[in-house]
Design a protein around this ligand. Structure first.
Ligand SMILES: [Zn+2]
Length: 347
C-alpha cells in the first residue's frame, strides 16, 4: 500500500508536469528515505534510486522529482515542435536549441528512459543521461542552429535515443561562424554503438552529446583547432584524416539531460587529463614514427607534427607526416601529436 501511494504521487507529479514537480508528493508517505541531491542518475546510500527507471520500479527517493527531474522549458509558451505529433511527451520535457533564428526557441521533445548502460561516472559531467531525444519521434531536418541540422549530429543507426546538449550546439555554431563551412564526421554515439567501434574510448565524449568531429572546408585544420580551443573546448585533437575532435567536457552538462547538477554539492574535481595518452618515438634506423595509444583510435590516427632540431636547438625542418626522415645534422626530434602532447627523441 505504501509503495502504491508513492507511485501515485509520482504519477501525479508527471501528469502535472511543470506546475510543481513536488505536487502530490509527500515524503512522509515514502517507503524509501534518502535524498537525490548530488546523485541524480544513481543510487542513494539508503538504497533508493534517482534514475529514470525508479519511476517504473517505484523505488525513487522521495525528492527524485524535485531534485533530478528538471522541466527546463516550462516557460516556453509555444515551442516550435511541429513534428512532435502524437508522440509528444508531457509538456515541458523539451530540449530547446539555438535554432535557425538564434532565438533559442527551437524545441524538440525528450523522453525519460534508460536505454543504455553507461560507464561509471568519473564526475558529474560523466553521468548517465536521464532523458534522450528519440530520433524516431522528431524531424531530423530540424535546424537546431543556423548552420546545423539535427541530422548532422544525430544519425539514427548510432542509437535510437540520443543526447544533443543545447549549450554544445551553441558552441558548435560559434565554431561554424568563425571557421566557415564544416563537415560533421561524427556527433552522438550511443554506448552500444561506441562499444562496437574498434579502438573507441570507453568514455568517448561522443556518448554525452557535446563532442563533434569536424572536417574544415574553408580553413586549415590548425585554424579549426585554435578556434575550438578559443571557444573553451575541453579536449581538442587533430586527426591525420583532417578532422578535429572538439568537445566541451569541462562545461557543466545540461540539466534537462542529466538532472539538476546545480544541486549536487562538492563531488570529485574534473578528471580530465591526458594521462592516458602514451607516446614514444620509434625507428627502423632511417624512418621515424610515433607510437601513440590511450586515445580514441576509432577516429583514426592523430596528426604528427615533426620538427628536426640541430645541436644549437635551431629548427632544420618541420613536416606534418605520419613518418619522418630527419635530415643530416639533426640532434633532436620533437613531435607534436594531435595538438595534444609532445614527445622528443635525441638522435
Ligand atoms: Zn571525436
Amino acid at each position: 500500500m505504501m509503495l502504491r501511494a508513492v507511485q501515485i504521487g509520482l504519477m501525479s507529479g508527471l501528469l502535472f508536469g511543470c506546475a510543481d514537480a513536488t505536487q502530490g508528493r509527500d515524503a512522509s508517505e515514502a517507503v524509501f528515505s534518502g535524498s537525490c541531491e548530488g546523485i541524480c542518475g544513481g543510487e542513494a546510500p539508503s538504497g533508493c534510486f534517482c534514475d529514470a527507471e525508479c519511476l517504473d520500479s517505484g523505488d525513487c527517493c522521495p525528492d527524485y522529482e524535485a531534485v533530478c527531474s528538471v522541466h527546463a522549458s516550462c516557460d516556453e509558451d509555444d515551442p516550435e515542435d511541429d513534428d512532435a505529433g502524437d508522440d509528444a511527451p508531457p509538456p515541458g520535457d523539451q530540449a530547446c536549441f539555438l535554432g535557425e533564428d538564434r532565438n533559442g526557441t527551437t524545441c524538440l521533445p525528450v523522453v525519460s528512459i534508460d536505454p543504455y548502460s553507461y560507464p561509471s561516472p568519473l564526475n558529474n559531467n560523466y553521468r548517465e543521461p536521464i532523458r534522450y531525444i528519440d530520433v524516431e519521434a522528431v524531424d531530423l531536418e530540424t535546424k537546431i542552429a543556423p548552420n546545423w541540422k539535427l541530422a548532422e549530429i544525430s544519425v539514427p543507426y548510432k542509437g535510437r535515443y540520443q543526447v544533443v546538449q543545447p549549450h554544445a550546439v551553441d558552441k558548435l555554431q560559434q565554431v561554424r561562424d568563425q571557421a566557415g563551412a564544416l563537415v560533421m564526421k561524427s556527433g552522438f554515439r550511443s554506448p552500444p554503438y561506441n562499444a562496437e567501434q574498434p579502438g573507441a574510448a570507453s568514455r568517448s565524449r561522443h556518448m554525452y552529446g557535446d563532442a563533434f568531429d569536424l572536417l574544415p572546408q574553408s580553413t586549415s585544420q590548425n585554424n579549426l583547432y585554435n578556434i575550438c580551443n578559443s571557444l573553451g573546448a575541453g579536449y581538442v585533437a587533430k586527426y591525420n584524416s583532417g578532422h578535429v575532435h572538439c568537445d566541451w567536457r569541462n562545461v557543466s552538462v545540461d540539466p534537462l539531460f542529466y538532472g539538476n547538477l546545480a544541486l549536487a554539492p562538492g563531488g570529485p574535481p574534473p578528471a580530465f587529463t591526458l594521462a592516458d595518452l602514451t607516446l614514444s618515438i620509434d625507428t627502423d634506423g632511417e624512418v621515424y614514427w610515433v607510437e601513440a595509444s590511450g586515445y580514441d583510435t576509432e577516429e583514426g590516427e592523430l596528426t604528427r607534427e615533426w620538427s628536426a632540431l640541430d645541436e644549437q636547438g635551431e629548427v632544420l625542418t618541420s613536416a606534418e607526416t605520419l613518418t619522418f626522415e630527419p635530415p643530416v645534422g639533426t640532434a633532436l626530434l620533437r613531435v607534436n601529436v594531435g595538438g595534444l602532447s609532445e614527445v622528443e627523441h635525441a638522435l
